[in-house]
Design a protein around this ligand. Structure first.
Ligand SMILES: [Zn+2]
Length: 560
């Protein structure tokens, strides 16, 4: 093997390792804090400890009332009795011992009546101690109330503690009818938990969220994907936020999703809580509350109204990318024009080989469908072995995170091996890369119209793939390495955390979706990784019996 070829392979390995390591930090959560000036998960935990002493569903009348009184007393001590309001309603869709729904509202008044409203529900489900769901909200809200209690504010803060969310959002349903109150709310932050650990993901926004996302950008360590909002809208799950959204309120919704086996079970208790996750709720929410309450521009109740939505994702900790749906469509078509131009150049110089590659394309389609089918079998088998019902979005089986990871790695390795066999010339490699780009760009254009929030997942691999494709005919080696390495890095930074969040929130049941998303992504990633791997062989090779070099000289007819 040539020296330069060996160095390139080492470079490729290092790039891949660094990319995977970096991608594991995208969902990073901050260290717990106990600082008196900043949001402190330690203090939030002291509130949650009291709240989660026993299950407090609407059917546990005494414990439920104890939690309500604890919150009411804590708020009264912090804010004064005049700033704690009760909203009780005799009507309900279920029978409780009190026959009432009782919401609580804490107020920190600002110069303007316009308010940012933080919402959490204080009821749990039966059996659950409600430590995370929704103790994380309650602890976070009380901690923020304590931080802001004596401050001179431009705008108002509302802390809304709703009742009977778990019964069908009855508390929130009553509140949205309080027109006098709701007409003063400019922004809603709902806090939820569908697990106990991992990042607090901003997983849902109001529609036409351009200004909402511009506002959310101010959060520290934002973790959010427009993909999540797009998918959540078509899922049957609901939280209090659904009602605020349906009533035209602007805002965002947060939840942790790791440790779903705790969700709505007795495992949702104080001992299982994660201080770093609580800190992450606070790190994101406090800057939003701060911006809203310090700047008079938010006194305009219609400030967050917009006519268009944004596409957004977290690339790295505190690197949050967002652009509007209109910009996305312009970018998609500009990239299509770029692809056409690059393809024309490559065809004119005979850098691609459609004739030979197109016959192999059907094989890849077959592999794709086969792998997705195999993953259905894998998911169902996991459910059978684990002794649980198969449900596409909920199969909780111990250890399935490792088997799923191995399964995804095995599929990746399999596709890579087949690809390597079939792409034995540089012309074929470029042609396969072209197919991957064309496929992903088509998906980006299509979703750009149908489900814009999803489009970035296909658009960035397509765009970077074109850059790599164009670089593959350059003489300048540094340019090639840079293009291939950047493409590999960004693709991995996008796909690894997204697959992880999919798995955490939808469990191994969604393995077919994971495999489909992964395979789509691999259509650009694998050809680019192969180009990077072989880039050291692009130099004119002297004849040897070494098969690797023989391969390389086959690739070299056009390279230099
Ligand atoms: Zn909840």
């Amino acid at each position: 093997m040539q020296k330069s070829a060996f160095a390139t392979k080492m470079f490729a390995v290092i790039i891949l390792i660094v990319s995977v390591i970096l991608s594991l930090f995208v969902l990073y959560t901050p260290s717990p804090s106990s600082s008196p000036q900043h949001f402190s998960s330690e203090r939030a935990l002291t509130y949650i400890k009291e709240i989660s002493e026993s299950p407090h569903s609407v059917f546990d009348a005494d414990a439920h009332e104890d939690v309500r009184l604890y919150i009411k007393d804590t708020l009264t001590t912090m804010l004064g009795a005049a700033n704690v309001r009760e909203y009780n309603y005799p009507i309900s869709s279920f029978s409780t011992e009190t026959g009432e729904i009782r919401n609580l509202l804490g107020v920190i008044p600002g110069k303007s009546d316009t308010a940012i409203m933080i919402v959490g529900h204080y009821d749990s489900v039966p059996e659950s101690y409600g430590a995370a769901d929704d103790g994380y909200a309650l602890g976070t809200m009380l901690e923020i109330a304590d931080l802001y209690k004596d401050q001179q504010l431009e705008n108002t803060i509302y802390f809304l503690f709703t009742d009977a969310e778990e019964m069908g959002m009855d508390g929130a349903a009553a509140v949205v009818e309080e027109k006098a109150l709701m007409s003063k709310v400019g922004f809603v932050i709902n806090v939820e938990a569908r697990g106990v650990s991992g990042p607090a993901i901003m997983f849902e926004t109001s529609p036409n969220n351009k200004k909402v996302i511009d506002f959310y950008r101010q959060a520290n360590l934002p973790v959010s994907y427009s993909l999540a909002t797009a998918i959540y809208q078509v899922m049957p799950n609901d939280t209090d936020f659904t009602l605020f959204r349906e009533n035209g309120m602007n805002g965002v919704n947060f939840a942790v999703v790791e440790g779903i086996e705790h969700y709505h079970t007795s495992l949702d208790n104080y001992n299982e809580l994660n201080a770093s996750s609580i800190q992450h709720y606070g790190e994101q929410i406090v800057p939003l509350v701060d911006a809203f309450t310090r700047d008079a521009k938010y006194s305009d109740i219609n400030y967050f109204d917009a006519d268009e939505g944004s596409i957004f994702f977290t690339l790295l900790p505190n690197v949050f990318v967002s652009y509007t749906g209109t910009a996305a469509n312009v970018l998609h078509f500009a990239t299509l024009a770029l692809l056409i131009a690059v393809t024309f150049l490559l065809l004119r110089g005979h850098y691609m080989d459609f004739r030979k590659a197109i016959r192999k394309l059907l094989l890849f389609v077959g592999i794709f469908l086969g792998a997705v089918l195999l993953s259905v079998g894998f998911a169902v088998l996991t459910a059978v072995i684990g002794g649980v019902m198969y449900f596409p979005t909920y199969v909780v089986v111990n250890g399935s995170e490792w088997t799923t990871l191995l399964f995804l790695l095995a599929i990746t390795a399999g596709v890579l091996a087949i690809y390597t066999r079939l792409s034995n010339s540089l012309e074929k490699q470029r042609t396969f890369l072209f197919f991957g780009i064309a496929f992903q760009l088509s998906l980006a254009i299509l979703t750009g119209f149908l489900m814009p929030g999803v489009s970035f997942l296909f658009f960035f691999p397509a765009l970077l793939g074109i850059v790599s494709l164009a670089a593959s005919i350059q003489k300048n080696k540094i340019m090639k390495y840079l293009a291939y390495a950047t493409t590999s890095l960004i693709c991995l930074l996008l796909i690894v955390p997204i697959l992880k969040v999919f798995f955490l929130s939808l469990t191994v049941g969604c393995a077919p979706v994971l495999v489909a998303v992964l395979l789509i992504h691999l259509t650009v990633l694998i050809p680019v990784v192969r180009l990077l791997w072989n880039a050291g062989n692009d130099a004119p090779a002297t004849a040897t019996s070494n098969t690797a070099v023989a391969d390389a000289s086959a690739q070299n007819t056009d390279a230099m």
